[in-house]
Design a protein around this ligand. Structure first.
Ligand code: PMP
Length: 399
């Protein structure tokens, strides 16, 4: 029975909620659902690489052999065999990671939120790269830190800038491999210097590494986690090496922090789905990733080369872009006077989408930057979309 004539609620949101905003990328993605739009905007992995059959077989196997435990509540820290597998695979270069240091999370995005929750108070100093992953800025900003933007160059974050600005920081958020959004990689020398600087200044260093396995050129560089397992927090994800829809990632951290994160996770969602953890373990336990990841690398590196070729053919002089050694993104710098936000509106009207650079900055943004993703668009459409974009940019130069 529905009651009539009740006073409507006037929603009063918390101050925290009042300042929440939708991510610009998610807004652009809504527009780009239209099939005629050539979208370089999404950060989605290519579904061509999803091992659907393998997942189906693993779901079948887990449900038929261990259905009852897979469908039951599970421990907050995660499915023990999977945590052990992850700890072993990260125990390289002489470092020993214990399964007790691994917390399974519902996508590494949840790891960012939990870290914000346990490390940041209102006004705490949080160091971030310039630019940085928009989703991390969004996750941390709920806890209202004081963001401090740390400069980068073509070899990644500048440790000297961390030393200059980092006094008293509660966190340094870094993306050493094929950074989202720039595609840049932090050099080995810089990694060593950064780990030393953070240890000296007692700054917890967060190494977010969802793209590390997607290395197209050269050898993967050493993880900062292995350089200092007592001071570095590492985050990994199955989104880019298996599928993002399963929402599975992990945080690796020293014991004291991992127990605190576990308490925060308990309050947030009790635990990550048992079923998906058991299925992922079933899929990867016998070395599947060793054969699967190279196929993703080959596919993505081909896509990357096509976009780089299209850019060099169709983008006018005065525009520069990064040449990533892995990952999913290319970062473009337009001549200073071109505002990529305004350009985005015009490009969408011509059915081409990208993400303007502005939302990736915690501090003063560079309005002439933009991010292109090359993994989900077919080669013909990459050429077509980049040509259109090139013409649009050229039309701004002649004005
Ligand atoms: N970190 C970075 C740098 C990302 O690009 C993403 C996803 N785009 C995430 C974390 C979150 O990944 P997930 O939650 O799917 O593991």
């Amino acid at each position: 029975m529905k009651l009539d004539n009740l006073t409507p609620i006037e929603w009063k949101f918390s101050e925290r909620a009042e300042q929440l905003q939708s991510s610009m990328i998610r807004e652009i993605l809504k527009i780009t659902q239209r099939p005629e739009v050539i979208s370089f905007a999404g950060g989605l992995p290519s579904p061509e690489t999803f091992p659907v059959e393998r997942m189906r077989a693993a779901f079948d196997k887990v449900l038929s052999t261990s259905g009852k435990s897979a469908l039951q509540y599970g421990p907050t820290d995660g499915y023990a065999p999977l945590r052990e597998f992850i700890a072993n695979s990260l125990s390289t270069n002489g470092a020993k990671i214990s399964p007790d240091q691994v917390l399974m999370v519902s996508g590494s995005q949840q790891g960012l939120d939990l870290l914000g929750k346990v490390l940041l108070d209102e006004g705490s100093k949080a160091l971030v790269e310039t630019p940085s992953y928009l989703g991390a800025l969004q996750a941390f900003s709920v806890y209202r830190p004081e963001f401090v933007s740390v400069e980068m160059d073509e070899h990644g974050l500048l440790p000297s800038a961390v030393a200059a600005k980092g006094e008293g920081a509660r966190l340094l958020y870094s993306l050493p491999n094929f950074q989202n959004p720039t595609g840049l990689t932090l050099s080995t020398e810089r990694r060593i210097e950064l780990v030393e600087t953070c240890a000296r200044m007692r700054i917890p260093l967060l190494e977010d590494d969802p793209y590390g396995a997607l290395c197209y050129r050269g050898e993967p560089l050493p993880k900062m986690l292995n350089m200092n397992p007592d001071g570095v927090i590492y985050m990994g994800s199955f989104s880019k090496v298996l599928t993002p829809g399963i929402r599975l990632g992990y945080v690796v951290a020293p014991h004291k922090l991992i127990r605190k994160l576990e308490q925060a996770k308990q309050a947030a969602d009790l635990h990550t789905a048992q079923l998906t953890q058991m299925v992922v373990y079933e899929v990867i336990k016998d070395g599947f990733l060793d054969e699967h990841i190279p196929t993703i690398r080959t596919f993505y590196s081909g896509q990357c080369d096509i976009m780089l070729d299209a850019l060099s053919k169709h983008f006018p002089a005065g525009v520069t872009w990064t040449k990533p050694d892995g990952g999913m993104f290319i970062w473009v710098k337009l001549p200073q006077h071109i505002d990529s936000m305004a350009l985005s509106t015009e490009a969408i009207a011509q059915n081409v989408a990208f993400v303007p650079g502005v939302p990736f900055y915690a501090g003063v943004p560079e309005t002439n930057t933009l991010r292109l993703s090359f993994v989900t668009v077919s080669p013909e459409r990459i050429y077509e979309g980049i040509e259109k974009l090139g013409k649009l940019i050229a039309s701004k130069l002649s004005k």
